[in-house]
Design a binder for this molecule. Structure first.
Ligand SMILES: Nc1ncnc2c1ncn2[C@@H]1O[C@H](COP(=O)(O)OP(=O)(O)OP(=O)(O)O)[C@@H](O)[C@H]1O
Ligand SMILES: [Mg+2]
Length: 591
């Protein structure tokens, strides 16, 4: 027998100070491994171990060139292989999808999540729910990533994409159980997703809009907002979102810079008071209550230098031992203030916005000389104001000059509620197209959720400006794709046809969830709508979630963007393929 004798088998576990031990070799039997442990091999392996210390798994070869796998701290690990690994992964993915399923659609439920430090978030947004959830499992984290990438690229549809991926996994599990190889399933899914992608293009419609006719954009944003808690005033919010996007959009280049839209919120008032301001809102007020509250055609000096006399440095000392000296110092100080105010007046400023504070004396003088001022404005806001008003930030009084002043058509102070709570509105700014959406609401959670919902609506409006194709919502696009994919399956003679058919079944998950969440019998509703689509060859038939009385989503004005829907199908397929291709999971055994 040419096999080496087991000279140092006792070293296999306890002998080494490092914790690395050996797992079973890949191709040869367990026996081979046990006997291959002789001194020389150990020596060469020790070097490999050291360099591989940080890795979880390593492939090494003994002196006969036989490969074997080394698992770091093997006794503390669990390992799943083959079908078991796939099933465990599918179960994890499905669990995440099940959580989000009830949040889908206009009648979907919200989730309340509490962070470890007690902050409560109530939301319907898929990406936010998953982001705030503490997910332990790696596959579940992939689903979180999936939702995040939909949010990053499209903004809306973050719940739908996870539901779709969950359904694809569920169908894949059945196929695997029937003995179809995961790769064939993955390939079949890939083919099916391409068929669905093209079919969506075919059933999509172009929405023509101009800066004056924004109705189509508003309708689409309304569909997005209808599934949120703010749907009570979806019309108003959709209009605000569209106007904001149009204000900052470059319609020729079909580009929108969403950074120019600032979303501010203040607790109080009601949702209906939410407004769009063509300018900037700053949470500050005039430094003196008697200063004017409204300045037309304001010329704004934006200062980062303090409105006070220079302070003596610590190493200097000023001795004041007589009344005269004190008088002189006081006069000096007043002269400083006077000169500063005069300098601002000379260059023509009618409003001073200051990063630093100033004391009562300066405040009084500013009021007296009729120069309104705002103090303690943060650096970021100061920059925004400078960009919007076309002014320059001035770091020293000496550098103040007329061309450095920012210009705004109207600066006004607005009070809120019964408390002394004011905000400064800087409107009709000279340069920028920057706008602010100012949200009002009963509590902080409501405002945060409105911000998230508006984010979805803004993204949808931006997507429509980039590509003005839409498909119909309410699950109609999915049902139509499902029918198309089902038909296409018959044309494929190979094993993939089963996967393609399963993909068609998985597409039904979205309408099923919509029906279930709206309290309709899911299977009955789906079959009825599907039959209607086939009978009337009308791809607009979807789930009548709001009980309007018609299944035609065109009549109900339920629209979604084509690129959003296509992205959902692509991303969901991609992740599911990735999960199916994993056949070996090595993880710490605590899990
Ligand atoms: N009035 C309606 N009637 C029927 N279906 C609707 C209606 N409004 C929206 N839908 C459907 O609801 C689904 C969207 O639901 P929802 O907004 O909860 O999830 P999402 O867009 O996938 O994710 P999120 O908005 O959380 O990012 C879409 O399939 C859409 O077509
Ligand atoms: Mg949505």
């Amino acid at each position: 027998m040419g096999r080496p004798k087991p000279k140092h088998t006792s070293l296999a576990r306890g002998g080494r100070t490092e914790q690395e031990t050996l797992a079973r070799p890949a191709p040869s039997s367990r026996e081979t491994l046990r006997f291959s442990l002789h001194a020389h091999a150990l020596h060469t392996r020790a070097a490999t171990f050291r360099s591989e210390r940080r890795r979880a798994m390593a492939l090494a070869f003994d002196e006969f060139g036989r490969p074997f796998i080394i698992l770091r701290e093997q006794e503390k690990k669990t390992r799943l292989r083959g079908l078991d690994a796939q099933k465990a992964n599918i179960a994890a993915g499905k669990a995440v999808a099940r959580i989000l399923r009830t949040s889908l659609g206009p009648k979907g439920m919200d989730k309340m999540l509490q962070s470890p430090d007690g902050d409560v978030t109530i939301t319907n947004d898929g990406a936010t729910i998953l982001e705030q959830m503490d997910v332990d499992n790696q596959i579940a984290k992939l689903m979180v990533e999936l939702s995040r990438s939909q949010d990053y690229e499209i903004g809306d549809g973050t719940t739908g994409v996870v539901v779709m991926a969950g359904a694809l996994l569920e169908q894949a599990e059945k196929l695997l159980e029937r003995g179809i190889h995961p790769i064939r399933v993955a390939e079949g899914y890939e083919m099916a997703s391409r068929i669905a992608f093209d079919h969506l293009e075919r059933i999509s419609q172009k929405f023509e809009f101009t800066a004056d006719n924004i109705e189509p954009l508003v309708q689409t944003c309304m569909t997005t907002l209808s599934s949120k808690i703010v749907n009570r005033c979806k019309r108003a919010l959709a209009e605000i979102a569209v106007k904001a996007v149009i204000a900052v959009a470059d319609l020729d280049r079909k580009d929108v810079n969403l950074d120019l839209i600032k979303v501010e919120g203040k607790v109080g008032g009601k949702l209906e008071d939410t407004e769009l301001i063509y300018g900037i809102v700053v949470d500050k007020d005039m430094s003196h209550p008697q200063m004017p509250k409204r300045i037309e055609d304001a010329k704004i000096a934006i200062l980062t230098c303090p409105f006070e006399p220079p302070k003596p440095k610590t190493k200097h000392k000023v001795d004041i031992d007589t009344v005269e000296k004190f008088q002189t110092l006081r006069e000096q100080e007043q002269k400083y203030f006077d000169e500063m105010v005069q300098k601002c007046k000379d260059v023509g400023a009618t409003l001073v916005i200051c990063q630093w504070g100033f004391d009562d004396e300066a405040n009084h003088l500013l009021m007296h000389r009729n120069l309104p001022a705002v103090r303690w404005v943060g650096g970021v806001e100061l920059e925004l104001i400078a960009i919007a008003t076309g002014g320059r930030i001035v770091p020293r009084f000496q550098e103040l000059s007329p061309e450095k002043l920012g210009k705004a058509g109207l600066v006004r102070e607005k009070s809120f509620g019964t408390t002394k709570d004011q905000m400064l509105y800087i409107e009709r700014c000279a340069n920028s197209r920057a706008v602010t959406i100012f949200i009002r609401g009963g509590n902080k959670m409501m405002i945060e959720e409105t911000k998230r919902s508006l984010h979805d609506a803004l993204c949808v409006a931006r997507n429509l400006i980039r590509n003005n194709s839409i498909v119909y919502g309410g699950g109609s696009a999915e049902i139509s794709c499902s029918l198309a994919v089902e038909t296409a399956a018959d044309r494929h003679p190979g094993v993939e046809q089963y996967a393609i058919r399963s993909f068609a079944d998985a597409l039904d998950a979205v309408p099923l969830a919509l029906a279930e969440n709206s309290g309709l019998p899911p299977i009955d509703t789906l079959t009825a709508v599907k039959a209607q689509q086939v009978k009337e060859s009308n791809p607009h038939c979807g789930i009548d979630c709001n009980d309007v009385g018609t299944n035609d989503m065109k009549q109900q004005n339920v629209f979604e963007t084509l690129i959003g829907k296509q992205q959902q199908i692509l991303l969901a397929t991609q992740v599911v393929k990735m999960i199916l291709k994993i056949d070996d999971v090595i993880s710490p055994s605590e899990y």
